[in-house]
Design a protein around this ligand. Structure first.
Ligand SMILES: O=C(O)C(=O)C[C@]1(C(=O)O)C=C[C@@H](O)C=C1
Length: 256
């Protein structure tokens, strides 16, 4: 684990996030899937949960049973952990400090995704394809969660690289100073510009006629499957700040 390898991981996750957003944007908003009372006397109302929540709970139970959460890189949105039984265990290397390993911001990711991101990512409308729609929500949520909660690994590397400085700030519980020490504005700028460019490059229509368009000079956003500025904003306002919150929280438990 080094700063280069953890940054490589975050860079590769950008592709997963952008592709998953492109997939979600294929469907309209499909609002009834998120409304706890929509399905009348059905399971949703009995449990006071939306179709999306029920679908994600059930999907996570299957994935938990299949061993997904044996890897500390993956954190479920619903804490229930069905013991996994479908495959033999794998002996994952434990790079994280155990007392801090379960730090995560999945609750914040959940509310940001449904109340802030979905309304700007999708077009209004209802085509009734709720299962495929929320399946694509789950893919987005898992990618965002993996990326943001990977802040634990980034923090571990930063701690090991400068143990003395970090130890005194952790002992003083100095949140602001920790935040300042782990921040690299230059790096954040690179990340935001790169994801916006990925949205432009991955979100183009590919045809056999004409030259390959790089898209980068093409400012007509109607040509892209998702609005590149939405992806920039997603990183600027939520992904990076939440990752930093994870880093600080992890560090505060690093000496427990
Ligand atoms: O790359 C780092 O050093 C990180 O801590 C990750 C990250 C990010 O979320 O992309 C967060 C904080 C830094 O200011 C820069 C980038």
């Amino acid at each position: 684990l080094s700063l280069d390898t953890v940054r490589d991981f975050l860079t590769r996750e950008e592709d997963t996030i952008v592709f998953s957003l492109i997939e979600r944007a294929k469907y309209p908003l499909n609002r009834p899937a998120y409304d706890p009372v929509h399905f009348g006397a059905g399971a949703g109302q009995r449990l006071n949960a939306s179709f999306a929540e029920l679908f994600i709970r059930e999907s996570e139970a299957v994935q938990s049973k299949s061993g997904r959460y044996q890897s500390l890189q993956e954190i479920p949105f619903f804490a229930h952990r069905v013991p996994f039984a479908l495959a033999p265990p794998y002996n994952f290397t434990r790079e994280l400090y155990l007392a801090a390993a379960s730090v995560n911001v999945n609750d914040a990711i959940w509310s940001m995704y449904f109340s802030e991101l979905l309304p700007v990512l999708t077009k209004n409308g209802d085509d009734g394809n709720y299962a495929v729609t929320v399946d694509s929500d789950l893919a987005c949520l898992q990618a965002l969660s993996r990326r943001i909660n990977y802040g634990r690994y980034v923090a571990e590397v930063k701690f090991r690289d400068d143990q003395q400085t970090y130890t005194s700030l952790i002992q003083a519980k100095d949140r602001d100073a920790l935040m300042k020490l782990l921040t690299s504005e230059a790096q954040e700028d690179v990340v935001k510009k790169r994801v916006e460019k990925k949205a432009i490059v991955f979100g183009q229509n590919v045809t056999l006629d004409g030259p390959i368009e790089t898209g980068v000079n093409n400012t007509n956003q109607a040509n892209f499957k998702i609005d590149p500025s939405v992806v920039y904003k997603l990183y600027d306002q939520w992904v990076i700040p939440l990752t930093k919150e994870v880093e600080v929280e992890y560090l505060l438990h690093r000496l427990d």
